[in-house]
Each structure stands twice: as C-alpha cells, then as structure tokens.
Design a protein around this ligand. Structure first.
Ligand SMILES: Cc1ncc(COP(=O)(O)OP(=O)(O)O)c(N)n1
Ligand SMILES: Cc1nc(C(=O)O)sc1CCOP(=O)(O)O
Ligand SMILES: [Mg+2]
Length: 208
C-alpha cells in the first residue's frame, strides 16, 4: 500500500463528543492513515474509542495507527506511532509483525530517521513545520530539512505541526508523502467542513 495523502490525527479535547462523527466525515473525504491520539490515562476509554475507530476504518478500508501504545495496537491488530520516548522500534516490530505500519517521530534530525529506517520503521515523521496550537513546544523543522530527508531517506515521509490548507502545498512540493494534521482538519465547525478539508488536502497531491 502506498503511504501518500492525508494522515488524520485525532485529539481527545478537540473532538470531545464528536470523535466518531468527525472522523467519519474525514474518512468520507479520503484519509490514507488515521491516528488515534489520546494522551489521557483512561485505559478503558482508550480501548473503547480505539475499537470504535478500528470498526470505522475497516468500513472505509483506511489503516488505523495507535499513538504511543504498541500493546493496544497489538490487541487491535493495527499500526503504531512511536515518539522518541515511547519505547524502541525493534520490539514493536516483533510484537506487531512485518505487515504492520510503524511510524517514528524524528523531530528535525535526519540521523533519527536513518536509525528508524534501520530498525524497521514504515514511515518517518518530521516536525513541527509551523506553530501548533495542539503541541506548541515541539522542536521546529524546516523545508530545507525536508529536502535533505527526501534525498537521503527512502521511506515515506510524514510532516506534522500546524499544517493547514493554506500552508501545506510547499511541504508536498518538497517531498512530503503524508500530511499529518489535527487542528487544520478537525478544528472545523461542522462535519461537512471536515469532509471538504480532507478532500482539499488530498487534492494537493494530485498536482505533484
Ligand atoms: C505522524 C506523527 N508525527 C509525530 C507525532 C508526535 O509523536 P510524539 O513525539 O511521540 O508526541 P505525541 O504525539 O505522543 O505527543 C505523532 N503523534 N504523529
Ligand atoms: C502531535 C504533534 N507532534 C508534533 C511534532 O512536531 O512532533 S506537532 C504535533 C501536533 C500536531 O497537531 P496540529 O496539526 O494541530 O498542529
Ligand atoms: Mg508519543
């Protein structure tokens, strides 16, 4: 499967009370990967929501990724995204199997991406490219870094951090495969607008 297009990421505060309706609206517009990102310690809620999203993704044949939690991903038979402090990639690959999608946060460091590739990552993620209301303190990455990564890294490249329809095009033009977006997608007022934005993010890949 080609990893290219919109990578929608959920946010529990932003989507409180409308997680499934807004995710379904995004899936209607087209989503390559969906990440369930819940930073709470409520394990029961995480399991319940992740199961519901897994069912939804199956209907739309979209691949689901669980943020931070390889055990939960294994339980559901889906992929995982691991940051630099979320545990090592190699055991996650052993746990989830060869077919699973495993992503790795590489901030703005090519060396981290090269290491992730050696350890079996399916894609690498760089960011943050713009100011992010969701994660304001994340280290900054640049388009120059993205260009270097494109020439050195063979894996699909995800970009993240403050991405909106107004600023995403140059990232695609400089080699991003996946636009990872929270607020710029799910910050919409209504489900119809989420669908419109999802379609518009995907359209950015058509002209490249
Ligand atoms: C696609 C993608 N890229 C980066 C991240 C950030 O992961 P991490 O650094 O572990 O931070 P948290 O998301 O866990 O707060 C991501 N989740 N997804
Ligand atoms: C979860 C996350 N990780 C980042 C990184 O740079 O690693 S930026 C970020 C937040 C992404 O949300 P939004 O699209 O609302 O800015
Ligand atoms: Mg993490």
């Amino acid at each position: 499967m080609k990893l290219r297009g919109l990578y929608a990421i959920t946010d529990s505060q932003l989507l409180a009370g409308r997680l499934l309706s807004h995710v379904e609206a995004a899936l209607d517009g087209g989503v390559t990967l969906l990440q369930y990102r819940d930073k709470s310690d409520d394990a029961a809620q995480r399991l319940r929501e992740a199961e519901a999203l897994a069912r939804l993704c199956e209907r739309y044949t979209t691949r689901l990724i669980i943020n931070d939690d390889a055990e939960l991903a294994a339980r559901l038979g889906v992929g995982v995204h691991l940051g630099q402090t979320d545990g090592p990639l190699t055991p996650a690959r052993t746990l989830l199997g060869r077919q699973a999608i495993i992503g790795s946060t590489c901030h703005a460091q090519l060396e981290l991406a090269e290491q992730a590739a050696r350890e079996g990552a399916s894609y690498v993620a760089f960011g943050r490219f713009f100011n992010s209301v969701t994660k304001p303190g994340a280290p900054a990455a640049s388009v120059e870094l993205l260009e270097q990564a494109r020439s050195r890294i063979k894996l699909p490249i995800a970009v993240i951090g403050g991405i909106t329809l107004d600023n995403a095009a140059p990232l695609v033009a400089h080699g991003a495969d996946l636009l990872a977006v929270i607020h710029g997608l799910f910050g919409a007022d209504c489900a119809q607008e989420v669908t419109r934005r999802a379609r518009a993010f995907n359209a950015l890949f058509e002209s490249v």
